[in-house]
Design a protein around this ligand. Structure first.
Ligand SMILES: [Zn+2]
Length: 258
């Protein structure tokens, strides 16, 4: 009798395991009608060679199979999904494979929100465009649709809220959001990296830099803001901050991306 019970439990466990694995493995194929959405809205994609564009599309679908996207006070549309997936894939496209193990879902709010995650609030304190959740929001990211769209619509500024938040997540993968992404930077680069970013932050705080002021807040914000600049305006960053550009190129493994 006990043998039968053990056997039954064994098969239930195996069935559960296979079911789970299957669920993870289902990656939908890229819907053809999304291609124009990408071409119209994502200049990073437009600038890729066709073969890289196809790889990029696969990576978007893989991300969407792993992370759940939920609207709060809005209904999620195709462009929402695409722009969130692009924000996730752009910073890690230099790597053959990437899984955001520390993210299970993205909550999309219609507009900027405040620190209590209320968006139907009166103006002033409502200025957050995105954040990486902690505590009861661990493994979640919260984004404002307005900020997300703005990041992709404006190609001349150096900002992109979606990319910014995913770079925080990448930074967080070694356990600390501290502006030193141990997963990306070889140990030997850590000290030169810190030296450089402290100098850059000083310049920002003395009003002698074209890098967005918010990067002067702390190392983590510097890394996220510099990464936005790197992916939004690579040529400008290369010209204005060649050393920083080179370090970010190493960090995100982007040589030969185009
Ligand atoms: Zn930030």
């Amino acid at each position: 009798m006990i043998y039968i019970l053990v056997l039954v439990l064994f098969f239930i466990a195996v069935g559960f395991f296979i079911g789970k694995k299957k669920k993870q493995a289902v990656v939908q194929s890229f819907p053809e009608n999304w291609r124009n959405l990408l071409l119209d809205n994502v200049h990073f994609y437009r600038n890729l060679k066709p073969i890289k564009q196809a790889a990029f599309e696969r990576r978007l679908m893989q991300f969407l199979s792993e992370v759940y996207i939920e609207g709060v006070g809005l209904e999620i549309n195709d462009l929402d999904k695409l722009l969130i997936a692009c924000s996730a894939v752009i910073p890690v496209f230099g790597f053959k494979e990437w899984h955001y193990y520390n993210l299970s879902s993205v909550l999309l709010y219609p507009d900027y929100f405040n620190t209590d995650l209320e968006f139907a609030d009166t103006a002033k304190s409502r200025n957050i465009g995105g954040l990486v959740g902690t505590g009861r929001f661990e493994n979640q990211m919260i984004l404002s649709r307005r900020a997300l769209y703005h990041g992709f619509a404006n190609t001349t500024d150096k900002g992109n809220t979606g990319i910014h938040e995913f770079v925080h997540l990448i930074d967080k993968m070694d356990g600390l959001v501290d502006g030193v992404p141990e997963r990306l930077l070889n140990h030997q680069y850590a000290m030169p990296w810190l030296d450089m970013i402290h100098k850059k932050m000083e310049a920002i705080n003395e009003d002698k830099s074209d890098i967005r002021k918010y990067a002067g807040t702390n190392q983590a914000e510097f890394f996220a803001v510099a990464a936005e600049y790197f992916f939004e305006r690579p040529d400008l960053l290369k010209r204005k901050h060649p050393h920083l550009y080179k370090m970010l190129e190493v960090c995100f493994n982007t040589k030969g991306n185009k």
